[in-house]
Design a protein around this ligand. Sequence first.
Ligand SMILES: CC(C)(COP(=O)(O)OP(=O)(O)OC[C@H]1O[C@@H](n2cnc3c(N)ncnc32)[C@H](O)[C@@H]1OP(=O)(O)O)[C@@H](O)C(=O)NCCC(=O)NCCS
Length: 161
Amino acid sequence: MSKDLLIRPVTPKDAKWINELMDKDWGGLPLVIREKKYYPKDLDGIIAEINQTAAGFLFYENQGNDCEIIVFEVFDKFKGTGSAMLDKLKNIAKKNNSKRIYLMTTNDNLDALRFYQKRGFTICAIHIDSVKNSRKIKPTIDLHGDYGIPLRDEIDLEFWV
Ligand SMILES: CC(C)(COP(=O)(O)OP(=O)(O)OC[C@H]1O[C@@H](n2cnc3c(N)ncnc32)[C@H](O)[C@@H]1OP(=O)(O)O)[C@@H](O)C(=O)NCCC(=O)NCCS
């Protein structure tokens, strides 16, 4: 992990570049998880900065006992930034008395499945072929995802805080 890594809360000043990244990397807004729409402006979030340049973002929502990761992206991957951000979120969840960190990823996202499972998360549900329902709400969701894998199932993972 970089010595110069800073993790800070999102501020309203971040809205412009976050929205640009949503267009570039996430098929635009809204984000859709199991047919529910999400907008980063309505969520809590943390930003990673390296040498004062944005290196990643993570938005989450507190829902009862759960802290749900809605969107999480690191720009220069596999250098420890994501691990540092996830550790920060685990601390936030503890302070907020959340019982569980929870998230959905898709069947193609092998990097994320590896990342989370090696950091204490376990798969708690698999929604077979459910991406087609999200695609009805957000037609920009690709047919193929990472590594050219057909994008079809939603996989839930949980971490007990
Ligand atoms: C998933 C994601 C957020 C993880 O962030 P990241 O910064 O790549 O994560 P890290 O670098 O902390 O960890 C990834 C791996 O790189 C390794 N790594 C850490 N530091 C490293 C270094 N300096 N050099 C090489 N590898 C390193 C870690 O050991 C880890 O490997 P492991 O899983 O075998 O332990 C990121 O890959 C990403 O943005 N993916 C695309 C969007 C996405 O899928 N988001 C999550 C869906 S909810």
